[in-house]
Design a binder for this molecule. Structure first.
Ligand SMILES: Cc1cc2nc3c(=O)[nH]c(=O)nc-3n(C[C@H](O)[C@H](O)[C@H](O)COP(=O)(O)O)c2cc1C
Length: 235
């Protein structure tokens, strides 16, 4: 099949677009409003962007009434947000926190969640979530779209601090992903959880491998030792 979004019909019962880019990690974003109310919402249009420094983004379309989402308004107003890892265990709270409630409502309480204080920023972390990033707001890129919901605010942030539960790590010091079971969004109303992992390592320089790991220290060390210039796996 072939269709041109906005021009020709896909002819399917359900729109396939969001189901093509799967699974999407969930940016479970906590913010605090200028008035001091804590807010929490999931954003599956979320990603990490780079590792030195670590950067993340989430993308919010407007509401059906053409309003900007509270997470965007708060991040811009206060210059801070927190990313919390959503897990299979926390799935019901993730779902609950996606309800569009007025900005006066504390969405931690609404979703039945406890708060953990952050160290560098004011928005709290989700207790029970095994990993959180404290982030400084960097900028919003606003992309105009169609109708009240089409316009999106893509919010970029720099990761200032990372919390990882000691329990979330294996004895070798890796995140124990299949135990944590991070939640991810599929299309329609579907989700998946990461329960299977396999490993592949491409040929290439040590610096490139360090880049794949996302380690600024190892990249710097490899480059300092001249391991970034020769393109073979043995350097
Ligand atoms: C799993 C999940 C992922 C979501 N991802 C997005 C997203 O990427 N962008 C978006 O605008 N809304 C997304 N939503 C809807 C928002 O969570 C919802 O509009 C929420 O009320 C926004 O809250 P806020 O106004 O407090 O920021 C998602 C909902 C769920 C359940």
């Amino acid at each position: 099949m072939y269709y041109e979004p906005g021009k020709t019909a896909h002819g399917l019962r359900y729109d396939p677009f969001k189901s093509c880019v799967v699974p999407r990690p969930i940016g479970w974003i906590s913010t605090r409003s200028a008035a001091g109310i804590d807010n929490l919402a999931p954003y599956s249009q979320f990603q990490n962007l780079g590792f030195n420094p670590p950067m993340v983004m989430f993308s919010a379309n407007q509401t059906e009434r053409g309003l900007r989402k509270d997470s965007v308004v708060n991040a811009e107003a206060t210059g801070e947000f927190v990313w919390n890892m959503a897990t299979y265990e926390l799935r019901e709270a993730v779902n609950k926190s996606s309800e569009q409630v007025p900005p006066e409502v504390d969405e931690f309480a609404y979703a039945g969640l406890s708060k953990l204080p952050s160290r560098l920023v004011k928005p709290p972390r989700v207790a029970g979530s095994p990993v959180q990033f404290e982030c400084a707001y960097v900028q919003t890129v606003r992309l105009p779209g169609n109708g009240p919901m089409g316009t999106i605010d893509v919010v970029f942030g720099r990761v200032l601090a990372i919390h990882i539960d000691d329990d979330a790590l294996t004895p070798e010091g890796r995140l124990d992903i299949t135990r944590l079971q991070p939640l991810a969004r599929m299309g329609y109303y579907d989700y998946t959880a990461v329960r299977e992992v396999f490993t592949m390592r491409p040929e290439g320089s040590r610096a490139r491998a360090a880049g794949l790991e996302g380690s600024p220290d190892k990249v710097a060390a490899a480059l300092a030792q001249g391991h970034g210039l020769v393109d073979n796996s043995k350097d």
